[in-house]
Design a protein around this ligand. Structure first.
Ligand SMILES: [Fe+2]
Ligand SMILES: [Fe+2]
Length: 220
């Protein structure tokens, strides 16, 4: 992989980790009971470890982490700045978001050197636990609500809409973080992995993935 592509993708990942750290820290501060506060504090610490590991690699490559992250600030800030309308939306976005992050890491591990791959494996261990917790939280929220499949479908739809809008809309996504991953190469493999993971998680929460509308046309 060429260094420029690697620096870009590390910048996107590092900024994502920093945001995850800040979000977990805020959730710990807002927690209403000790058990919840401790859980978010642990996650905040893990996200900070991830951030530091990825920025350490940027520095080792002679890159400035701030500069590498700058390109992805607008899209990720816009995405994170959109607040969920209700608790179903919050839980669905958290679960599907953790899932996408997991799949990106699974793929990233396959395109990096051994040292980075070992670090990414340790990140994945944490992230899989985060996804498990998000899945459990989602089950609690939509558990016995008969209208939950409809609510989950519309929550997944608003998430997809938000992701597209945050990247600047269709066709104008030069700084979308996903593109940094795609520039690394093997883009078709990556997109397939993300789409499959997204569809599988939708089915897990009782949503038919074909019910999600996107402005992209299916390949003929
Ligand atoms: Fe993380
Ligand atoms: Fe996480």
């Amino acid at each position: 992989m060429d260094d420029a592509a690697m620096i870009q993708v590390l910048g996107a990942i590092a900024y994502g980790e920093l945001g995850a750290h800040e979000e977990a820290k805020a959730k710990a501060a807002a927690a209403t009971d000790d058990e919840e506060r401790t859980r978010w504090r642990v996650i905040a610490g893990q996200e900070l470890r991830h951030y530091k590991g990825f920025t350490a690699r940027l520095k080792a490559m002679g890159a400035d982490p701030e500069a590498a992250m700058a390109e992805f600030r607008p899209a990720l800030d816009a995405y994170r700045g959109t607040r969920p309308a209700d608790e179903v939306e919050a839980a669905v976005w958290a679960f599907l978001g953790e899932g996408i992050a997991d799949d990106l890491m699974v793929w990233f591990k396959t395109v990096v050197d051994d040292e980075m791959a070992a670090f990414v494996a340790s990140v994945l261990t944490d992230e899989e636990a985060h996804e498990g917790q998000a899945a459990a939280a989602l089950r609690t929220v939509i558990g016995d609500n008969p209208g939950s499949a409809d609510a989950a479908l519309s929550a997944a739809q608003t998430m997809v809409d938000n992701m597209i809008a945050s990247g600047g809309g269709v066709g104008t996504v030069p700084s979308a973080p996903l593109l940094a991953f795609m520039r690394v190469g093997r883009a078709d493999e990556l997109v397939r992995l993300i789409m499959r993971g997204f569809a599988r998680r939708l089915r897990e929460i009782g949503v038919d993935p074909s019910g999600i509308k996107t402005p992209f046309r299916a390949p003929v």
